[in-house]
Design a protein around this ligand. Structure first.
Ligand SMILES: [Zn+2]
Length: 386
């Protein structure tokens, strides 16, 4: 079995970390680096770019065409370092005490580096089943970048038989995750002197009515049929952002807040969406507009990733367990691209190096031992494909 050297993998990781691919930035420099690297090893790749060309996913196949194969999928973007205090430069991979520090080292450039490190070994084999590489963007802002690539599977791109998504799971096999839905609520009131509140419509007060309803729903959700595979075992609801008002003596004309749910597989999010909209209409907008017709509440669903439950009939889970040398699967509360691949016809499973607890944090790191475990796993994937 040909396992690539850990030092070569670290070098690749250092290169990847050095590209500041925070989601609001272009990822093209990183994509170009990966294209060149693959090209040097005789592997052609296809970009799936955004309309403005500022970002792209990259898809490549090693091995025979016309057969399903396993896709190794990961995202190239990382979360911001803004407001975080780091001991090291987040974009310079720094090894210390068996740990590799850097933004994205864990989530999830470590996996990308392992996949790329495997390429020379894959090229020396005669693969019976192809290995696909599927690198995406904008995962951290709602798994939006992978969607155009998934839409091409089975059309301009081959449809993989299964997809291994390498989000950090400490190389455990994850066969289920929750699915977030996010909303932005804009409350438009009417300003007046706060000494004359009867001349205005208080946007913050009406936002508060809706926040109260969300707090009630949050408690209700905790009591609906728990799923003990998840921690917490229920569909969670959180208000995550809020802003409103301009001055201490003005009835606020505007309030905005963001909220989300992370729903269990099988939870009907659209039912909840409808309930909140109806509350906003009947208890906020209607009484507000009786005071001033230009006021009201707008509820926007801004992002949605489906919950993930691995397709039991696909064989992806037993194969991942075998190759990861594990005997149990796990469910997690964070979302991945797995559910989107599965919805696109490619059964998926999540298994990757690093601990999600280190993702998104200052001094994010990946243990070298995790990198080694991932390389061994990918070598078994290659062995299976040979
Ligand atoms: Zn991630």
């Amino acid at each position: 079995m040909l396992v690539p050297s850990v030092s070569a993998t670290k070098e690749l990781l250092a290169r990847l970390v050095a590209f500041d691919t925070t989601s609001h930035n272009s990822n093209i420099a990183l994509i170009r680096f990966v294209e060149d690297y693959l090209g040097q090893h005789g592997v052609a790749s296809i970009r799936v770019p955004t309309a403005d060309g500022q970002k792209a996913s990259l898809f490549a196949t090693i091995g025979p065409a016309g057969v399903g194969g396993i896709a190794l999928s990961g995202h190239t973007d990382v979360v911001p370092v803004t407001g975080q205090s780091w001991d090291t430069d987040p974009f310079t991979l720094t090894e210390r005490g068996g740990r590799l520090y850097g933004r994205g080292a864990c989530d999830m450039k470590g996996y990308l580096a392992c996949v790329l490190a495997m390429v020379p070994a894959l090229k020396t084999r005669k693969l019976a089943t192809p290995i696909h590489i599927a690198f995406s963007y904008d995962e951290e802002v709602g798994c939006t970048g992978v969607r155009p690539m998934v839409a091409e599977l089975g059309k301009t791109l081959p449809l993989p038989r299964m997809v291994f998504v390498g989000e950090p799971t400490t190389m455990a096999v994850v066969d289920a995750h929750k699915g977030p839905m996010r909303w932005a609520v804009t409350v438009t009131g009417k300003a007046s002197h706060s000494a004359l509140p009867h001349l205005g419509v208080n946007a913050v007060t009406y936002a508060g009515l809706l926040l109260g309803e969300l707090a009630r729903i949050e408690e209700e959700l905790k009591r609906v049929a728990p799923n003990p595979r998840f921690d917490p075992p229920y569909t969670s609801l959180q208000v995550t952002q809020i802003a409103g008002g301009n001055a201490a003596n003005i009835v606020p004309a505007a309030c905005w807040f963001g909220w989300e749910i992370r729903r269990l597989p099988g939870f009907d999010g659209l039912d909840l969406d409808l309930r909140v909209r109806r509350f906003a209409e009947e208890r906020c907008t209607a009484p507000m507009q009786r005071l001033a017709p230009e006021t009201g509440v707008v509820v926007d669903l801004t992002n949605e990733v489906p919950p993930f439950q691995a397709d039991a009939g696909s064989g992806a889970v037993p194969l991942a367990l075998k190759l990861a040398e594990q005997n149990a699967t796990f469910a997690v509360c964070y979302a991945t691209e797995a559910s989107l691949f599965q919805a696109g016809g490619a059964p998926a499973v999540v298994c990757g190096p690093g601990d999600i607890a280190q993702a998104h944090t200052p001094d994010e790191y990946l243990e070298v031992a995790e990198l080694e475990k991932c390389l061994a796993f990918l070598a078994r994937v290659a062995g299976w494909a040979t």
